[in-house]
Design a protein around this ligand. Structure first.
Ligand code: FES
Length: 101
C-alpha cells in the first residue's frame, strides 16, 4: 500500500515537469520536493564548500538544505514551493548563481 492509498487521497491528474531535462510526473498539491521524492530523487543540490549532496532535511522551510532552481530562480526551498505543470527544475551547485549575470 502506498502513501496515497493509506491517506485515502484522490489527487487530480498528474502533470509533467522536468528535472535537469528529465521528464517526471507530479501531482496537484505536491511541493517540488515531494514530486522529486516521488520520482526517486533524494538529492538535488551540492554544497558550496565541499560539494556534498543535499536534499530535504527539515521539510518545513527552516534548514535551507533543499535549495533548488525552479524556472530560472535559484535558491527556492523545494519543501515549500508548490510544483506547477511545466516547471523547469534544475539541480543546484553552491549558491546557484554561477550561471547568472
Ligand atoms: S528541507 Fe529544510 S528548508 Fe527545505
Amino acid at each position: 500500500m502506498n502513501p496515497l492509498e493509506l491517506a485515502g487521497a484522490r489527487p487530480g491528474p498528474a502533470f509533467g515537469v522536468t528535472l535537469d531535462g528529465r521528464a517526471i510526473e507530479a501531482l496537484p498539491g505536491q511541493t517540488v520536493a515531494a514530486a522529486l521524492w516521488s520520482a526517486g530523487v533524494t538529492s538535488w543540490r551540492t554544497t558550496r564548500g565541499g560539494g556534498s549532496p543535499r536534499g530535504v532535511f527539515c521539510g518545513i522551510g527552516v534548514c535551507f538544505d533543499c535549495l533548488v532552481t525552479v524556472n530560472g530562480r535559484p535558491n527556492q526551498r523545494a519543501c515549500l514551493v508548490p510544483v506547477r505543470s511545466g516547471d523547469v527544475i534544475l539541480t543546484q551547485e553552491g549558491t546557484g548563481h554561477d550561471g547568472l549575470g
